[in-house]
Design a protein. Sequence first.
Length: 114
Amino acid sequence: VQLVESGGGLVQAGDSLRLSCAASASVFRINTITMAWYRQAPGKKRELVAAITDGGSTNYVDSVKDRFTISRDNAKNTVYLQMNSLKPEDTAVYYCAMPGVNYWGQGTQVTVSS
């Protein structure tokens, strides 16, 4: 089982990044299960950032609403997190997950400088 994140990096405040999470073929098809992005900043608990259900419904933590968008490409079995208007407080390690079956990626670092 593999969830592989990519797309993190160091950016300035106001910039954009797109994170990708590719699920291996042996994993559930992403359109049949809820997929989510979590993040964990230094010294803080891991928090849910965004989720997309098998039906396509999405939800976001209040702090990223209107800035982040979760989406998926079923053909590529890949989930994305488009992050716009990034702020220093968005700095964290971002994890892709299938929370219903407790599958997690290795995480990708996002650092936003002021």
